[in-house]
Design a protein around this ligand. Structure first.
Ligand code: GLP
Length: 253
């Protein structure tokens, strides 16, 4: 298939009025996946956009309407050289925002150990473990300002495995806002690859706020290609994009 010829599909795009509603709707999609199959395999990311999603999932767990006890969760990226207990660990963030509030033991989550002595072997182990789970039912990702997802930066191939990557300068800069002043954000990361993402049964991509508007327009209306990794998600078996009004600003149609 010639990737450049694939026509933009718009039927998968859903608009939320604001970030809070976006979080509620994304949480609803996750909860529905779990209700359909309690041992569903679900891959999750971190970042500010996910905060509202985790807040809502925590509420559902506390209310007893959601139980993640049997769900097989995956944490899709980590900084290189950073252990799960480190102050700036992405897994630590997932633990605080979702696992602890929902009573999920951290050991039950498949993750990339950023501090593994051989990061490349760790990525291979991670991909093999995903295969061992029988693939992923739902991948939840959030678009980066340069069109990345996870740490799949521009230049990522559609069949890229999970791997160690150099973070783009803009990613490094945006990630530095997550952590207290003085925290040193690593320049490399381990990420679930494009290949495992595209093999998932369903990909949910979130986009919140005007800083994501240009990247979203390129991902949805531009050609499918490596320079905008989120555009590759249009090759997924099933893609849902959930965007708020700010992120929709640059879509032409
Ligand atoms: C983190 C994730 C990226 C994601 C980004 C979005 O950096 N590793 O995968 O693109 O968050 O961040 P935010 O929601 O804070 O804009």
């Amino acid at each position: 298939m010639n990737l450049r010829e694939a026509a933009p599909r718009r039927d998968y795009l859903s608009v939320a009025p604001d970030c809070e509603e976006l979080g509620r709707r994304a949480a609803h999609t996750i909860a529905e996946t779990v209700h359909r199959r309690s041992d569903a395999v679900i891959s999750l990311t971190t970042g500010h956009t996910m905060a509202g999603v985790y807040k809502r999932l925590g509420e559902l767990c506390r209310a007893g309407t959601l139980d993640l006890g049997a769900t097989r969760l995956i944490s899709s990226e980590e900084y290189a050289g950073v252990g799960g207990g480190d102050l700036i660990s992405l897994f630590g963030w997932l633990r605080r925002d979702l696992l602890d509030p929902c009573g999920v033991p951290p050991a039950a989550v498949l993750r990339l150990a950023g501090d593994a002595p051989d990061a490349t072997a760790e990525c291979r182990r991670f991909d093999a473990a995903i295969d061992g789970l029988g693939g992923i039912d739902l991948v939840v990702q959030s678009i980066g300002p340069n069109g990345h997802f996870g740490f799949n930066e521009p230049g990522s191939a559609r069949d890229a495995p999970s791997r160690v990557v150099d973070l783009a300068a803009s990613t490094h800069q945006s990630n530095s806002h997550y952590w207290p002043d003085g925290a040193r954000v690593p320049e490399r990361g381990l990420t679930m690859g494009v290949r495992a993402t595209l093999r998932a049964k369903h990909v949910l991509l979130l986009a919140s706020g005007a800083p994501k508007a240009e990247a979203l327009a390129r991902a949805v209306e531009g050609p499918i290609g490596e320079d905008v990794p989120c555009s590759l998600l249009r090759l997924a078996t099933r893609l849902t994009i959930l965007a708020d009004a700010g992120a929709m600003e640059r879509l032409r149609r």
